[in-house]
Design a protein around this ligand. Sequence first.
Ligand SMILES: [Mg+2]
Ligand SMILES: [Zn+2]
Length: 193
Amino acid sequence: MEPSGVNTPPDMDIETIFLDRDGVINQKLPEGEYVSSWERFALLPGVVEAIAALKQAGLRVIVVTNQRGVALGRYTIADVEAIHARLQAELAKHGAKVDAFYFCPHDKKQCQCRKPLSGMFEQARTEFPGMVAASSVMVGDSLSDIEFGRALGMRTIFVSGDAEHRKAGWEKAGELADEVAADLPGAVRQILG
Ligand SMILES: [Mg+2]
Ligand SMILES: [Zn+2]
């Protein structure tokens, strides 16, 4: 594994793109509100096409998302899985797909899978043997996403989104990330060159 805290570019070709969900794929809701159903899941502009472009380029696309709302009783694991199934169906209409979804349903400090901890990467590596962080990119809109990617030695892209939806720590996330993009389509353009 690459040492953490070093901004070295990956020395191999990119194979896997890790995407945060809320604020990257769909609109983040105001603090304290939760994306508890498909009705509350608003796809951001250009996201479907951006994921399709990644797949056309032969890349693996993996979603890693903290869903603490499950631990708080706002929605269930089945609700999260239903949202992901609907998203997958929507992507399929455009010839796109997500290769795997991983989510952390736990509260803070209860597990090893809540970003910035690396548990969801370890789960992905079990499912996709041979996958390495050095050929992976993490795209996210929170400090925890950028810390997750950096600790593993991935290339990181901070999605800045619109000012009203930014969470505390976003300035630091922008500074720590290797690159900054306005949105997922912008990040994908940077990845695909
Ligand atoms: Mg997010
Ligand atoms: Zn967890």
